[in-house]
Design a protein around this ligand. Sequence first.
Ligand code: NAD
Ligand code: MG
Length: 395
Amino acid sequence: MRSISIFGATGSIGENTFDLIVRAGGADTFRTVALTGGRNVARLAEMARVLRAEIAVCADETCLPALRDALAGTGTLVAAGDAAIAEAADRPATWVMSAIVGAAGLVPGLRALRHGSTLALANKESLVTAGPLLMATAAQHGARILPVDSEHSAIFQGLVGEDIASVERIILTASGGALRDWPLEALAAATVTEALAHPNWAMGQRITIDSASMFNKALEVIETREYFGVRPDQIEVIIHPESLIHSMVGFRDGAIMAHMGAADMRHPIGYALNWPDRAHIPVARLDLAQISTLTFRAPDLARYPALRLCREVMATRGLAGAAFNAAKEVALNHFLGGGIGFMDMAGVVEDTLAGLSSDMRLHSDVLSLDDIIGADHLARIRAGEAACALAARRP
Ligand code: NAD
Ligand code: MG
């Protein structure tokens, strides 16, 4: 029996993963080792009962008594807190879904790789903050990382049987997010609710806002560089409002392989779950005659400063990815809290990177987890200061 764990089981990716596991036979087909969540104890406990998980862990320690009550008599162990989530990753499982949102996903993913698990990686933040460390850890322990981000799954599938040396360019598609058709001058006043109205994808709250600002695409550009090892100048971004082509690989003979399918994360999750096989996945089938047209347009960098900032991060390398991601997470928190405006998020990240460029070992290429966590903490402090300064200047 295959053993699995899901980190971030109660989120959007976690729910889709749970759905596929249940459809594939649930506890009769898989031995579930660990399920983790944040605060939604009722849902976590329900999932643990259905899959007869060995351990269920919630991030919020105050939720532990409720989790214990909800799973009393089931035989599922319970625990809480960041350390307990990391320890849950030390329980060996063959296939581990990394679907915690944010930098908090890094340590459990690294621990799973150290046990040689196949890591289905939705948590792109770990590659952005610690790409070289993550890839080296996988290589050292004979573990495999399978991309779950729809773009990276598409690229991965486009590269099956190909030599990476024959790749000329990688074209990441972007929906453009909820505000893509707004006039540029209106963006500064966009509210959280408006930025959450994503045209094509149903996702967690944070990544949905990051789609509107294209910080999500900026993270994905860096993710592409770290995962596939291509040069930054080989990575392009194109707005494709229909979200039916999930990304493309261009080869040196001029061919472009495009990956198409419904905008449903169960496809890339299911591909990673069944890899190298393909199994039946219950996503909608495309009716091309009905769709009739696919459109593309170049992104405007004035509208999406994140796309410019990610280029600076890739040029700097070292700890810049950790600082970029941490500053972005803080800026997003301040936008969600109403303290800063939509376009201020990029300002916070830019100020943070500029402020740290002189006093961090940004250029070092050999990075330890301690260095990365240190840069993340420092960037969070600086970004908090930058956000408060911007908030104070708001009318
Ligand atoms: P989500 O917010 O819906 O779920 C996140 C999960 O992580 C939840 O289980 C939550 O309880 C848990 N969590 C949150 N903070 C935590 C913390 N500090 N410690 C431990 N657990 C914590 O997010 P999502 O949309 O499912 O995204 C998960 C990851 O997948 C992100 O890295 C995101 O960028 C990536 N991703 C998501 C999608 C998508 O369609 N949702 C697509 C591509 C990539
Ligand atoms: Mg994506």
